[in-house]
Design a protein around this ligand. Structure first.
Ligand code: XIL
Length: 389
């Protein structure tokens, strides 16, 4: 009787991928051809292998301080994910801390790691109000520079950065978080310099000129919920499309919290996709109330894990259900490295990722693994994501 090479019950098999260079994983099969000893492998039950089967890239944000120096962190990054996003090192503050002097070193290292491990890269992010170098603005809303200077600086920043990484970036988050929660344009230095949202179309055009093959995304949080903010971004991207601005997609950050109801995510992904755009979940985490430090990743309610499992599962399934959803990216994978406990600390929240403080997978991880495996058993998407540019 013929059996499928992979099935849910056979998830411990190892997939061989020609040319991959992940080391420290399973040893060579007996009798393996010499070429295969060079080949990197990752487990057939890894998120990336299961995602490949349904044409969905599974990504992670990467902390480049840990990459290379922390063996478990490095191994998991390579084994589990088919796309990587620099958590910080492509942000303006880090690439040009001193005016006129670029530092691409950390970002270049991540790009090289991704190539070696057959991963695609989400570039994050070109235009934002946050994490700007202090010579430009200390808060993103005020600056001593003139409007003309700001316009010239933003153009040069986009051109230089996109050219530097030309050919290496799958999706660029060109503009990040341009709207407030009330649906009004955020009054950033960029909005003020242009006297409106015109900076967004310019940014996409400049990025497209610099790397015509990269997919260009608008990225924001709370788009998951139907409401004034999601509607405002919807109107913006519809008008960009109507003006033939080269925008390819919209990123839903997906910073979820069990204290709020689960959002209307699938419908929102679908309505943006119906504008002729790709969509992606770009920064998923599911936070919950936790104990005071040093136990900031221990939920106060012992039942919280069940809610978190459900949110993770529904977030993934929303993407799986929308053909144009090309990647699903958690914002990191180990609770110790998550931005959540430091950012949401009054009241304390945490435990937002798929792996615990010892980099052991939590139940949330196994739920995603199972959802992906089941999706492969009932394929209803033919894979617009995997490998496509
Ligand atoms: C966060 C990083 O995770 C932190 O390390 C950093 O201190 C602040 O920024 N939305 C985004 C991300 O688009 O870039 C943010 O990342 C999280 C919210």
């Amino acid at each position: 009787m013929l059996r499928p090479a992979l099935s849910i019950g056979l998830v411990s098999a190892t997939v061989l991928l020609g040319g991959m260079a992940l080391t420290g994983s399973a040893s060579a099969e007996p009798g393996a051809a010499p070429a295969q000893s060079q080949a990197a492998r990752y487990p057939a039950d890894s998120l990336r292998a299961l995602g490949d089967r349904v044409g969905l890239r599974i990504g992670t944000a990467v902390n480049t301080d840990e990459l290379g120096s922390n063996a478990d962190y490095t191994r998991i990054t390579a084994e589990q994910f088919s796309s990587v996003t620099p958590e910080n090192v492509m942000k303006w503050q880090l690439v040009e801390p001193t005016r006129g002097t670029y530092d691409w070193a950390a970002a270049d290292r991540l790009v090289a790691f991704a190539k070696k491990n057959k991963q695609l890269v989400r570039g994050h992010t070109l235009v934002w109000h946050s994490q700007l170098p202090t010579w430009l603005s200390s808060d993103g809303y005020t600056t001593t520079l003139s409007n003309d200077e700001l316009k010239a600086l933003l153009k040069k920043h986009i051109q230089d950065q996109v050219k530097h990484f030309k050919g290496d970036i799958w999706q660029w988050d060109v503009v990040n978080e341009a709207f407030d929660d009330d649906g009004q344009p955020r009054q950033t230095i960029w909005y003020k310099a242009w006297g409106g949202l015109g900076y967004i179309a310019d940014a996409f055009r400049w990025a497209h000129e610099a790397d015509p093959k990269a997919l260009l995304f608008y990225n924001d949080y709370n788009l998951e919920f139907t409401g004034v903010k999601s509607n405002a971004v919807y109107d913006l991207v519809r008008s960009l499309k109507a003006q033939r601005v080269p925008i390819d997609g919209v990123g839903f950050q997906g910073h979820l919290d069990t204290q709020y109801g689960f959002p209307d995510l699938q419908n929102n992904l679908q309505r943006f996709a119906d504008l002729g755009l790709k969509v992606a979940e770009t920064e998923v985490d599911v936070r919950t109330f936790t104990q005071a430090p040093p136990n900031e990743n221990t939920p106060t309610n012992p039942l919280a894990g069940y809610a978190q499992e459900s949110y993770w599962s529904r977030a993934l399934k929303a993407c799986l259900a929308v053909r144009e959803c090309i990647s699903f990216t958690p914002w990191g994978f180990g609770d110790t490295y998550s931005w959540i406990p430091g950012w949401f600390d009054n009241p304390q929240e945490g435990a937002a990722l798929l792996y615990d403080g010892n980099l052991q997978p939590k139940s949330q991880y196994y739920v995603l693994q199972q959802d992906l495996a089941l999706a492969a058993g009932a394929p209803h998407r033919s894979g617009p994501g995997a490998g496509h540019n």
